[in-house]
Design a protein around this ligand. Structure first.
Ligand code: F6R
Length: 592
């Protein structure tokens, strides 16, 4: 979602800001802009890519301070006027903002009454004007920020400069990440550390309701009362986001094909010399808890569904919740619940909301994330990293498999069950087999379904969880409506939608449910569905579409999820869609 970069005193702010915006573009955006000071405030912005922005910005900018922004529209359509940076009514304040201001309508009304007018529809423009209003009143930026922060409700990471203080960037933050990068003769700011890692490994992270300013020589941070606070810089080694496609046409397919590496890396990180290598305190807390609560969103939630089953296998009761649901109706079954949150990005706002509730109730918690240094990694009690390498494609693939792999091992470690590791290794043979032999067949299925308006995935148990993920992936990047239905649930309603020619994709890999699934196939076939069956060898029939070698059936999400990923990929490709950056979606969902 939205990204911020800013630089003061940097040797070439333009180079840094543009490179930074490019490095943030994995988060997803629909418009981009920059602003700098050179005989007044200069702003260039437009709908479209950072490359397009670069084309409209003059070659020879000289500036001491510069801010940049990539916007993912929330308040107001993706138009040039709504694109950041925003300039206040009297052109005194120039601002970029990530987050959502809950009370912007009230603030706007207050400003309209004071004869302010607005060119766009964003909450961010309102905040630029609120800051200006108080700045005109008191001519003191620190007092202005304090006053504005006492009024603004919602999430914000804001960077701004004024028309009369030409060497300073001001920053303020609540519930949306903002990081300052420390340099010699320059200082930087960004919505996460990744755009700054070529320039520095020393960072100051602002906490909620803190604000401050950076010049090329100094950084000052204040609490909401305006008292200066000393913050120790932290050192971070952050993986540079690789923009190297390594010969692949898209990140999505590159990342699907990194699944075996990802699984092997998790095994070698968390299993050595025949033993699991998890923090003993974490294992003790998990063992002592009487209920595990999984909380996550989207694909990560689907991994949580699978993970819940793994813990149940070792006699832990478990519940699973979608974060945005749990946040507004939190329940804590059991006497000693333990919360497991799952998030590829570690920055998902819905989950950060949940974490606040979890902390308020002093509940033990763990985050499973791919992003070291992210908000959830830093703020949860325990953190397990996925070590999957950066996932650039908006559609999550290797991170999902990594989450399931790690959950299988974590649950098994409660019972020192090391067979899981062998099962995981064996499941990789199936992943390789799919990669090496089944892609043309999957592409052919993709061709057949690409013009369909709607389709269904069917499965039971672990195959149902995989169906949910297969369905999400297909709708995300191919824009085909699809639904995942547990086989047994079909006759309770969804079967009404089965008509001649509708594709139904069925997973049959679980010996316990295989015969019921065959019954479901008959039910939909009789009503004219075009059935594609994916089965394991010992459960297969000659008419099945894809038959893979047997594997431990509880690992469907590791062994055969790539079939679903390739299918979504090839359908999107056949439809000429932007595979890595599907419409309306963002990689890091930093607003609730
Ligand atoms: C789907 C996808 C999303 C994310 C969801 C949660 O491909 O990527 O559904 O899984 O937005 O994001 P994280 O895992 O970063 O919390």
């Amino acid at each position: 979602m939205c990204g911020i970069v800013g630089a003061v005193g940097f040797i070439s702010p333009k180079e840094y800001v543009f490179k930074g915006l490019k490095m943030l573009d994995y988060r997803g955006y629909d418009s981009a802009g920059i602003a700098y000071f050179h005989s007044g405030i200069k702003i260039y912005k437009d709908v479209g890519s950072v490359e397009h922005l670069l084309e409209i910005v003059p070659e020879d900018i000289s500036a001491d301070i510069m801010i940049g922004h990539t916007r993912w529209a929330t308040h107001g359509a993706p138009t040039k006027l709504n694109t950041h940076p925003h300039l206040s009514f009297n052109q005194r304040i120039c601002l970029v903002h990530n987050g959502v201001i809950d009370n912007y309508k009230e603030i706007k009304k207050f400003l309209l009454d004071k004869h302010y007018s607005f060119y766009g529809e964003t909450d961010s423009e309102v905040i630029a004007n609120l800051l200006e209003y108080y700045y005109l009143e008191n001519n003191d930026v620190i007092e202005t920020i304090k006053k504005a922060m006492s009024i603004i409700k919602g999430s914000y990471a804001i960077t701004f400069f004024t028309d009369d203080i030409k060497d300073t960037l001001f920053v303020l933050k609540n519930a949306s990440p903002l990081v300052i990068g420390l340099g010699k003769g320059f200082n930087l700011v960004a919505s996460d550390a990744s755009p700054m890692i070529e320039q520095t490994d020393e960072f100051i992270e602002l906490d909620d309701l803190e604000f401050g300013y950076i010049t090329k020589k100094e950084v000052k941070i204040f609490n909401k009362n305006g008292d200066e606070i000393k913050k120790e810089p932290i050192h971070k080694d952050i993986e540079l986001i690789s923009h190297d496609l390594k010969g692949y046409p898209h990140y999505m397919i590159k990342e699907i094909e990194e699944i075996p590496q990802t699984v092997n890396r998790i095994i070698s990180n968390y299993f050595q010399k025949g033993k699991y290598q998890f923090d003993p305190e974490l294992i003790k807390d998990l063992q002592e808890s009487d209920h595990i609560i999984f909380i996550a969103c989207g694909t990560s939630y689907h991994a949580g569904l699978v993970g819940g089953r793994y813990f149940e296998k070792y006699d832990k009761s478990a519940s699973r919740f979608i974060a945005s649901e749990w946040a507004f109706h939190p329940t804590y079954p059991g006497q000693k619940p333990f919360i497991i949150m799952i998030s590829q990005s570690g920055e998902t706002a819905d989950l950060i909301h949940c974490l606040k509730i979890i902390k308020k109730h002093n509940l033990k918690n763990l985050i499973i994330t791919n992003t070291g240094g992210s908000t959830l990694d830093r703020n949860c009690m325990y953190s397990l990293l996925l070590h999957s390498g950066v996932e650039v494609s908006v559609a999550s693939t290797k991170a999902y498999v990594a989450q399931v792999t790690l959950l299988a091992m974590l649950a098994a470690s409660l019972d020192k069950d090391i067979k899981v590791v062998d099962d995981l290794r064996q499941s990789l043979d199936v992943v390789y087999d799919i990669r090496d032999h089944y892609k043309p067949l999957i592409m052919k299925v993709g061709e057949e379904i690409k013009d369909k308006k709607s389709l269904f995935f069917l499965g039971r148990s672990f195959d149902y969880f995989l169906s949910l993920e297969a369905s999400l992936k297909l709708k995300e990047i191919s824009y085909i409506h699809s639904e995942a239905i547990p086989g047994g649930e079909l006759k309770h309603g969804p079967i009404a939608l089965i008509e001649k020619g509708i594709p139904v994709i069925v997973f049959i890999t679980d010996p316990d449910t295989a015969s019921s699934m065959r019954g479901n196939i008959e039910e939909v076939k009789t009503r004219g569905a075009r059935v594609y069956t994916i089965a394991t060898k010992s459960l297969s029939r000659p008419e099945d579409t894809i038959v893979v070698e047997d594997y431990a059936y509880y690992l469907s999400s590791v062994a055969i999820s790539s079939i679903a990923f390739y299918l979504a990929y090839y359908v999107a490709l056949a439809k000429g869609l932007n595979v890595d950056k599907p419409r309306n979606l963002a990689k890091s969902v930093t607003v609730e």
